[in-house]
Write a protein that binds this ligand. Structure first.
Ligand code: GLN
Length: 460
């Protein structure tokens, strides 16, 4: 997947036309790091259109969420020289910044070394790598992500717990308001603006609902190409956070922002299209679940426990997945079942064309490129090895207990031992990801919590 300069003239023409149509004066050149944070440079549109392309060091892909770097015990897996990368725009990922005062573009870029090699540490590249495996077989995965999030009161001191926001009524939500339209309308001005921004950016939102938690909402995206939808989720998260700030609140995609409130997920519905015929290969000629579909689920069941650090990348992610009275339907297993929300892999009842599996494991805090790459990699491995899934769960699957790593430490160990995933996602990428996540975990461990001060200080 080398960048071929021959295609670039066409891209320039597309950009030129789009910049002129929108009167663009500034460009935000964006790259998503391992966490999902947008990094990049801002430059004048004039320079950008003259072929100016920014460079960034490849160390942005080995940065922890706090801006640190892993100890260099494993440094042979990245380049300590901090090589420069050339940023090349993807002209299918060009958006307006609708809240900017001067007409500004935000463009998602791919990263290449100066010799033209792609940077394998880039999450967007990891997803492209998995999609190329599907393309080589004439397959096209189709996904529909959902993103849950909380609106919360601004929280200037991070020592204090978060609180639900104040709505138009002047009141703070305190009870379960799942699906309540009036509870969504409490934040009507914010959502009006969010929709305006999404419209201006061309984000394909389907529905918005109120979820179970106080101030918790969910948006669903229309189904489509995984790369385009991962881009859209990244853009949506930025948009929602920005909109919330403009309305005096925070929007957060933390997996478990508040104790005693359900966590936030990023469910991904997945199906598989035959490029030649356009048919959904997850249904057979009689409209029943096909062998490929069963094997895809078999692969998810086999490899998802090892891919856990992509679905649950932070210490906080595992708080969402712990069973408690307030955990809602967050999964603790990789069983599958028809229209069953106690399993990690739900198969919604639908017509043959709509046959799909909803992977419910990922938290909203996960990096959408890596969630899609990991989920599609697990399914691909299952289809290649023709893995039969266990029988579908009937009734509650909670009784089976937690069959997944229940903390980031064991999850990282499981990924470390899984060679098939490293082969698909890239060995250098997986090693670097593990090193970054281990460094974050060590840093977290140095913080003494209020629970320890409350319960241990005077007792032990
Ligand atoms: N609607 C739902 O299925 C809720 C999902 C739940 N919030 C989770 O974190 O998984």
């Amino acid at each position: 997947m080398k960048y071929e300069p021959t295609g670039r003239e066409d891209d320039e023409a597309v950009l030129q036309e789009w910049f002129t149509a929108h009167g663009i004066t500034e460009v935000e050149c964006l790259v998503t790091d391992l966490t999902g944070i947008l990094k990049g440079k801002i430059m004048p549109a004039r320079k950008y259109l003259n072929g100016g392309r920014p460079r960034l060091p490849d160390s942005i892909f080995i940065q922890t969420v706090t801006g640190g770097y892993p100890d260099d015990e494993d440094s042979r897996f990245w380049n300590p020289a901090e090589q420069d990368m050339q940023l090349i725009p993807d002209t299918s990922a060009v958006y307006l910044v609708p809240w900017a005062e001067d007409p500004t573009a935000q463009i998602i870029h791919d990263c290449y070394y100066l010799n033209g090699d792609p940077v394998e540490l880039s999450p967007r590249y990891v997803l492209k790598r998995v999609l190329a495996l599907y393309a080589a077989r004439g397959w096209k995965p189709v996904v529909a992500p959902e993103a849950e999030f909380y609106l919360v009161k601004t929280n200037k001191d991070s020592d204090y717990p978060l609180e639900p926001p104040i709505g138009r009524s002047g009141r703070q939500e305190s009870s379960r308001q799942s699906y309540s339209i009036d509870a969504v309308n409490e934040f009507d001005p914010l959502f009006e603006e969010m929709y305006d921004y999404c419209e201006a950016m061309g984000l394909d939102l389907d529905t918005l609902i109120h979820e179970e938690g106080a101030g918790q909402m969910e948006v669903n995206f229309e189904h489509g190409d995984p790369l385009a939808l991962a881009d859209q989720v990244v853009m949506f998260k930025r948009t929602l956070r920005e909109t919330a700030l403009r309305h005096g609140m925070y929007g957060t995609f933390m997996a478990k922002p508040m104790a005693y409130q359900p966590g936030s997920s990023m469910h991904i519905h997945q199906s598989l299209v035959d490029v030649a015929t356009g048919r959904n290969l997850f249904a057979d000629d009689e409209g029943r679940a096909s062998t490929l579909f069963r094997n895809f689920i078999g692969g998810l069941q086999t490899y998802m426990p090892s891919a856990m650090p992509f679905f649950a990348p932070n210490v906080n992610s595992y708080r969402r997945l712990m069973r408690s009275e307030t955990s809602g339907s967050a999964p603790i297993n990789v069983e599958w079942g028809f229209d069953n929300r106690t399993v990690g892999l739900r198969v919604p009842v639908s017509d043959a064309e709509g046959t799909r599996v909803e992977n419910r494991l990922a938290g909203a805090d996960a990096n959408p490129y890596l969630v899609m790459a990991a989920s599609l990699a697990c399914g691909y491995l299952g289809m290649m090895a023709q893995i039969e899934p266990r029988p579908p769960a009937v009734g509650s699957a909670w009784e089976g207990g937690n069959s997944l790593p229940d903390d980031i430490g064991p999850a990282l160990n499981a990924l470390h031992s899984c060679k098939p995933l490293a082969d698909i996602l890239g060995e250098r990428f997986v090693k670097s990801y593990l090193a970054v996540k281990r460094a974050e975990h060590r840093e977290y461990f140095q913080v003494i919590s209020s629970w320890e001060r409350e319960h241990l200080l005077l007792r032990v």
